[in-house]
Design a protein. Sequence first.
Length: 629
Amino acid sequence: HHQLPQRPLFTIPGPRESAHSLAETLLKKGPRPQPHEWRPVEPAELLSSAPGLPPLTFRPWPLRAPALAAFMAVCVAMVAALIFSAVYSHRRHGLVAWAGLYGGRYFLMRVLPQLVGAGVVLYAQFLFGTVARVLPFVRLASPVREEREGALFWEMYPSFLLPRVAGPWTVWVPSLVTWLAAFTLPLLSALFTVILVGETWTWAAVQGVAWTLVALYLALIASTGVIWWFFATRESTGLVWDPRSLADIAALVAETNTADDHRGTQLARGCDGIRFALRRRAADRLCYWTWKDGRHGYWHALGSPMDEANLIPLGGAGGHRMPQHHAEKHPDPETGVSPSSSTLHRHLPLPLRTNPLLWATLTATTLLVALFVVSFHPATHLSAGFPASLPSTPRSGAFSPADFLFSFLPSLLGTVLFLAFQPLDTHLRVLQPWATLSQQQGGTAAGTLLADYAACFPGMATIAALRNRHWRVAAISLLAPLFVLIPVLAGGSFMALTTDGEDGEVRMFANTAIYGILLGLLTLYLLALVSFIPARRELGMPHAVGCLAEVVGYLVGPSSTEEDSEEAGLFRRCVSKSELEGRLLAGEGRWAFGFFEGGEEEEVGVRRMRRFTEKRKVRKSQIRRPLLK
């Protein structure tokens, strides 16, 4: 028996050779060089020709069948409990007898429902956040060109403060339902009230509220089913492992043949400039590639066939390389004029900018002080209660206007506070790895390229941030999900009761234990807002980094894509996440983000710093600037 030599499954395609030679030939209007053209490898061909390669079918665990089925089962249990409460309460004229403003029954009826609902809301947001995070890669893996268009610009880190109705219906419907799910909290706060049955006050379910909640949870079940169907019908996701960090994205573009266009986005001011720079990249694909001329070799990358059918003519601009930023506002690096020192940190997300942050902090301070004054001033002390100003007698369906208003409205305001804080938390978790990279001495791979705070389950980012000594991220990522208790406790703080006096006046009384915890959470909320005010400049970037198009340009510098680069070998031909982590953590080098020499001009990007022998490049504008003492 003759043993056949093992064929290499991965080969380096040589992006410098293929992309640069092709660009030069196109500029000279010569024939396209066939040896440099790529061809996508479809799954069926891969199974027959390279069965040893890992399939591109990876799904993060929240998007797998067991996790989706478990979440749907929890929602079904919520629906069953709501239907049972509504039907039993209607037929038996109540559930259990009233036992006072304190104790287990009050907690069971006025706090526990929304506390359980809060867990459902947090997981629903995490589930759709995972969908939004992997959707660009899934769309880029599609063999249909129209589906790949615009995938590079999909926002990967959604905010649930406002619904996002964009993209295909299989995406915007779950997005809308997830946003609506947050408003189950004020409804759950108003689910139970007290009615008079004979001479006994009894807890009963409010019929209108219960059936509204049933409809919302059924919608959540249906939207989860849509997510399940969407991913189950995909032949390929384009992924070998979960792209949670910058290192994962760098591994996908380390061998790309489209690096030149992405480098043109590094100093663009906004998305419009990036779209113009990437106008030829509308049909790029994430898949396994091989040589179109029949040579052997396979590699996994975001790339383009680079043939005539997949190139968009550049028109009159075809003979000039695109500047990296708008020339009318910023000097072109080719002119020899360095960008200003503020360029690297000129962009902050809107919630982190000075005016919105100060306005929010001052408003929160004023309202919190007013709340403390009203709560503890002798004339308005909560122990005496306050007039309901609405009828409190339960009507048909156990609906009490006073109880509904003072449970639903405080919880609704708390829900708005909870949702309003989430963008701050999200932006901080996304930008912290970049901020560490921007420091003068850079940062380790564990605290920068491998940091995956934005992809973590609520609370898990805190553990990772503590490990990397990112204290603000640790605190904020812990408080952000904890603030869901604000609507939970606000909805259970007040109850309409009859006073012991002769007039028998109905007043709203507070459960002081719940109300005290609520005031403590609101104080933490204010302190968390204040913590964002200092040290915000380091979170700035030349432009936003919320989509793939905005990130890739910083990861395809010459040092990370040239085949003779030491850094390129760290990201290329990785078959698993553990292998990538092992490569990056094996050395003690540090990584940095900033201005570096990039061939003929100065570029912005991420690169490895050599210990003791290499420091960050000092730009001419910094040399000319006088020292401030």
